[in-house]
Design a protein around this ligand. Structure first.
Ligand code: AMP
Ligand code: MG
Length: 515
């Protein structure tokens, strides 16, 4: 798509010149009340709201890749105002969506866009419909007791990882811009009773739709069957044309299975897989305290808020996907027979298993997965702290003549003689299974085992620099992460295992939900 976009560079226009076509607000029931006072809303899928202006907007980062797909040029001063929430162009109809959700396994009632405000829907150069949504744009009726704002650190993390995920080949919401507000936001980052002012920011997120399981759940939970039906009709018409409700639910299950298989193959941990953070389009959505497996450990979670229960740890993600889909299915019971919903959950399971197995085989350069080999590998990786990304990347370089050598950069602790012997035995067994010329195999493996992932400590270095007014660290990271599977001379320092200083530094490994 980007090469097509490049050819159409002459068609790039400023955000101020874009025409909007807002199906969501046109076709779904609106809250008749138009103020942004936090409250319960009934019988509506959204509320018309207005972003709250900020004092000194400054563009910190811009995704050239996404802008090219949307046909947008770098923002004019007027466009920047819109991206900060200070201006609403003709044709935009800003709204906050109403949704609910199960948070950490418990129904939480009405949540909704508490700080996200969609500006409108535009048509990208490839003809696809794309919503532009500001995150951190001020109070809405769904803000509950919070402030409607976002801090720079979490906004930069969302901006960086959205675009990196896309380049890794994983379905995701995108991020167009990162704008500093010039205002401070008060956050208790460690939840230890010491709130501090931090710089605020607004991210412009982009996706065909930000609908979540929770948008459907809230109608079901409040027995709004008519509104539920309207919402299902809407998503079918707009985002799943030609599908029956049953086919649609099965497709959501299929996409969710494939999505979580992608997360697992890459070592991505979402961190807060509540049902309000699960996309009805099968996209990765709501980047909060996410992380990337460094030392392989199925019980690892980057989210300190979840450190006790570890509900959303790496190894639990596949089963949480199923649990979330089951709650989604329950909300559709007024519209679909139970058997058809249950059959959808089966689709999730079979899709996840088949996709993950295929991905693992590809990571290992095998035509078919060998369970004994894989089980022993994961035992090995857990026995001595081994970097997930570096191990798989290094594997392509392993040969009879150089067995463990290419894998040494992956170890956080020096493996002892016994571990090395066991690893070498595994490597010999693996070499006996692979076939074909080594060079071709390495190429195939490198195409699925990324060299670069947005490790938390790298994001934190970009945040620290940005807080000092230096955007270059983020810019470099964005550029390298746009080609995560390629060797990039001179950039190897971004593909190293997490340095020891970062192990327990806040933001560099684990994070709280505070954002
Ligand atoms: P999250 O866990 O970030 O997905 O957020 C859960 C809910 O809290 C959603 O309804 C968010 O809109 C809301 N929320 C989180 N942070 C804020 C904030 N600073 N202001 C208003 N609402 C928020
Ligand atoms: Mg959320």
């Amino acid at each position: 798509m980007s090469s097509v976009a490049a050819q159409r560079a002459d068609r790039l226009r400023d955000l101020s010149e874009v025409e909007f076509d807002n199906t969501f607000v046109r076709e779904l029931p609106a809250d008749p009340v138009r103020n942004s006072i936090p409250r319960r809303v009934a019988k509506a899928s959204f509320t018309h709201v207005h972003p709250t202006a900020v004092s000194a907007p400054k563009l910190l980062a811009w995704s050239e890749a996404l802008a090219a797909e949307l046909g947008l040029s770098r923002p004019s001063p007027e466009a920047l105002e819109a991206l900060a929430g200070n201006r609403v162009f003709a044709g935009m109809q800003p709204y906050a969506a109403r949704y609910g959700g199960h948070q950490f396994g418990v129904w939480a009632g009405q949540l909704g866009d508490g700080r996200a405000i969609t500006l409108g829907e535009m048509i990208a150069l490839d003809g696809s419909r794309q919503e532009l949504q500001l995150k951190g744009a001020g109070l809405t009726p769904y803000s509950r007791s919070a402030d409607g704002r976002a801090v720079l650190r979490s906004s930069l993390r969302e901006f960086l990882c959205s675009e990196a995920m896309h380049s890794l080949g994983v379905p995701t919401t995108r991020a167009l811009s990162l704008v500093a507000t010039g205002e401070q936001v008060i956050r208790d980052m460690f939840y230890d009773g010491n709130p501090e002012p931090e710089p605020g920011a607004v991210v412009c997120r982009v996706a065909p739709s930000f609908l979540r399981f929770g948008n459907f759940q809230i109608h079901a939970a409040t027995e709004e069957t008519e509104e539920l039906k309207l919402l299902v009709d809407y998503i079918l018409r707009t985002h799943y044309p030609g599908r029956t409700p049953k086919e649609w639910f099965h497709e959501v299950c299929r996409r969710t299975g494939a999505l979580i298989a992608d997360w697992m193959r890459l070592g991505f941990v979402h961190g807060v897989m509540n049902t309000d953070n699960m996309s009805a389009l099968g996209l990765t959505i709501d980047y909060g305290p996410y992380g990337w497996l460094e030392g392989y450990d199925p019980s690892w979670t980057p989210n300190t808020t979840d450190a006790d229960g570890r509900r959303y740890c790496y190894g639990n993600q596949p089963q949480i996907g199923l649990w979330n889909l089951a709650r989604f299915a329950e909300s559709l019971l007024p519209l679909l027979p139970k058997e058809e919903l249950e059959a959808g959950l089966e689709v999730y399971g079979t899709t996840y298993s088949a996709t993950f197995r295929r991905a693992l085989a590809a990571k290992l350069g095998l035509a078919e997965l060998d369970d004994v080999l894989v089980n022993e590998l994961f035992e090995l990786m857990a026995a001595v702290e081994t970097d997930f990304t570096l191990f798989f990347r290094g594997l392509a370089q392993v040969s009879e003549a150089n067995l463990a050598g290419p894998l040494l950069p992956a170890f956080y602790a020096e493996p002892d003689a016994a571990h090395r012997t066991r690893l070498e035995a595994w490597l010999r067994a693996w070499l006996a299974k692979v076939s074909g010329p080594a060079e071709e195999r390495a190429k195939r493996m490198n195409a699925v085992n990324p060299k670069y992932v947005p490790r938390n400590y790298l994001a934190q270095l970009a945040i620290d620099a940005m807080a000092q007014g230096d955007a270059s660290v983020l810019e470099r990271l964005m550029k390298v992460l746009a080609r995560p599977y390629d060797e990039q001379p001179g950039q190897d320092d971004l593909a190293e295992r997490r340095p020891e200083w970062a192990r327990s530094k806040p933001g560099c490994s684990a994070l709280s939900c505070s954002s």
